[in-house]
Design a protein around this ligand. Structure first.
Ligand code: ATP
Ligand code: MG
Length: 377
């Protein structure tokens, strides 16, 4: 099987690593340069979308901000999974919110804003505090505003107006501020035959809007809520592939924050922690193969490496510690790699996270240090 991934970042890279033992060859289409590259070496393998489509058996995507003409061309080939519609839904908060309503899953109240008058209507409809997000192009908390007091609306409107005018078809989606106790996500896969598998929930900690620590958790009640919503959303989209749902946990009740129609950063722990990792299950689903077991085999947490290109050698000596680099040039705040840390029995994972805090820099890995502080307190 030859799978073409739209996007040539770390997610395509990890799909390629997971596909190799199954004889699934992954190549990556860099949407910006319009070239096909090897997902590990970035060596150029070809040029142009049409010949890339011709040369593969299956097409999928590693991100949702892809020009619609590219998605539509892929869709026409009949090889594209999950589907152009699913990717467009993940890439546009207006379509995404409409889908959540249609699938009847709990989510934050919202209002779409195009003009200054719409902002007043949103305040009336939703109240403050309020979170405002660009409909298109947002990621890692970028393109977002907070409004605490209606009196301050003029202050943020200027920036929001600039954002709306800067690109075609842009608007702002206003959402009620959800006073969540924590954030969790569910990663699952749906096969071509409609079968669904889901992983244990992950609890996610963000630092400055970017995921920093993600830990698989066992919470049967929350898991059941999440799986039900996953199934509603996946069926509404007639979805094929791995899909991620991000949730707010409000005292034991889950609300969907957003969806990602792809493998997801909060599912990287599955590389060491689950029987079949999310990358393999994504390839299995889009290739029409039976899905693999999502059973937790080791308690695992994932730590993002942001803006750093070296780690202390001590990490190689630490039991249960697995380093994954993405081969990227160092840039401030950039996702450069991740660490999966596993423990075999209750308490061991927590102690190993504390041991990591002893060797990782506190500026670069604040979430691990916070965890260690709270654990020992
Ligand atoms: P990413 O791509 O990293 O998942 P994003 O830029 O797509 O992020 P969101 O996930 O929607 O954006 O928001 C980023 C973070 O902002 C959330 O993880 C959450 O911590 C906070 N947030 C978003 N919406 C709300 C809300 N309605 N109420 C409270 N907090 C919110
Ligand atoms: Mg998010």
């Amino acid at each position: 099987m030859r799978v073409l991934v739209l996007g040539a970042g770390q997610l395509a890279r990890m799909m390629s690593l997971a596909g190799a033992p199954l004889n699934i060859q992954v190549s990556a289409y860099d949407v910006n340069t319009e070239t096909v590259v090897h997902p590990l070496t970035q060596a150029v393998l070809g040029k142009g979308l049409l010949s890339a489509i011709e040369a593969c058996d299956v097409i999928t995507a590693e991100f949702e901000h892809i020009p619609h003409h590219v998605l539509d061309t892929c869709e026409q080939s009949g090889k594209f999974f999950p589907s152009a519609d699913a990717i467009k839904t993940g890439g546009d908060r207006r379509i995404e919110k409409a889908l959540l309503e249609q699938a009847q899953v709990r989510n934050a109240k919202y209002h779409v804003i195009q003009t200054r008058a719409d902002l007043d209507k949103a305040i009336e409809h939703i109240g403050t505090p309020m979170v405002l997000k660009s409909a298109l192009g947002g990621y890692d908390g970028k393109g977002q505003w907070r409004l605490k007091d209606p009196e301050l609306a003029n202050n943020i409107w200027l920036e929001m107006e600039q954002c709306i005018e800067a690109s075609d078809n842009q608007s702002i989606v206003a959402e009620e501020f959800v006073p969540f106790t924590r954030e969790v996500s569910l990663i699952g896969a749906r096969g071509k035959d409609g079968s669904i598998v889901t992983y244990p929930l992950a609890e996610n900690i963000h630092t400055d809007g970017v995921l920093s620590l993600s830990t698989a958790i066992a919470d049967p009640e929350l898991q059941q809520q999440a799986e039900q919503m996953f199934s509603s959303v996946a069926k509404s989209l007639n979805y094929v592939g791995v899909l991620a749902l991000e949730f707010f946990d409000v005292d034991g009740t889950l609300l969907v924050n957003e969806i990602a129609p792809r493998v997801h950063n909060s599912g990287h722990w599955t590389q060491q922690g689950a029987e079949t990792c999310q990358f393999e299950n994504h390839l299995r689903s889009v290739c029409g193969l039976p899905l693999g077991s999502t059973k937790l085999v080791r308690e695992t947490a994932m730590i993002n490496i942001l803006g750093e290109d070296t780690l202390p050698d001590e990490l190689f000596k630490m039991p249960g510690c697995h380093i994954h680099w993405y081969g990227k040039e160092k840039r401030a705040g950039r996702k450069m790699g991740h660490i999966n840390i596993c423990g075999d029995y209750s308490g061991e994972l927590q102690r190993r996270l504390c041991a990591l805090a002893n060797v990782l820099d506190s500026q670069a890995f604040p979430a691990v240090h916070d965890f260690a502080k709270n654990f020992s307190a």
